[in-house]
Design a protein around this ligand. Structure first.
Ligand SMILES: [Zn+2]
Length: 211
């Protein structure tokens, strides 16, 4: 009976993933409970006939070989940890050489899927990183990785075209004279902007801008 319920939950998860987190070129092949029934492991495979993409130029490229199976952590489900298990392919790209393929749910640097990183990073804005880690039964390091990953994504995709002026301030952190420089992007020019830039320039010359 317990085995039947476990099988049902695992299969139900695949159905939900296909509805909500489906990626062209990949299929959720099988789901099973991990050791101790604390996690659900979902094996992911390339769709038959689907070419891998180079992770650098994102162009389709012929396969080269396959790496050992990796685990990518997804958003916990019904109180279970969820892992995608996938053997990443290496491709022989005509422009970039032999490189690992691009996978749409994560990257080669982080264990967390992008979806889970986003969830953790959003909660880390409301709670401390420690509280976020405790709430998700995960580690402080993973919360840090999630925030770093989301911030890096934001920096890579940011556009500065609409920014016409900036505001600069300093905020004190920790004890003693430790300051962070806070830069605000504004859509309207600041009054007294000339004086601000003048002050900023003089401080930068004096190497005082970095906290
Ligand atoms: Zn390439």
């Amino acid at each position: 009976m317990v085995k039947d319920i476990a099988f049902f939950l695992a299969m139900e998860l695949i159905t939900l993933l296909n509805r909500c987190y489906h990626f062209k070129g990949f299929v959720y092949h099988h789901a099973r409970f991990g050791p101790g029934h604390k996690s659900i492991e979902v094996t992911v495979r390339p769709r038959t006939g689907s070419a891998a993409q180079c992770s650098i130029c994102r162009r389709p490229a012929p396969g080269y070989d396959r790496l050992p199976e990796r685990r990518f952590e997804f958003i916990p489900f019904w109180g279970f940890f969820v892992f995608f298990l996938y053997q990443m392919r290496r491709v022989s790209c005509s422009q970039c050489g032999v490189v690992v393929e691009h996978v749409p749910w994560g990257d080669g640097k982080h264990q967390l899927t992008q979806a889970y990183s986003l969830v953790l990073a959003r909660w880390a804005r409301k709670l401390s990183w420690k509280e976020t880690a405790q709430s998700f039964h995960t580690t402080w390091d993973k919360v840090r990785d999630a925030v770093e990953s989301v911030v890096n994504w934001g920096l890579e995709h940011r556009t500065l075209d609409s920014i016409r002026s900036i505001g600069v301030d300093e905020i004190q952190y920790a004890k003693g004279h430790k300051y962070l420089t806070l830069v605000l992007f504004r859509s309207r020019p600041l009054s007294g902007a000339g004086r601000l830039v003048e002050n900023l320039s003089s401080r930068m010359r004096g190497n005082e801008i970095a906290a």
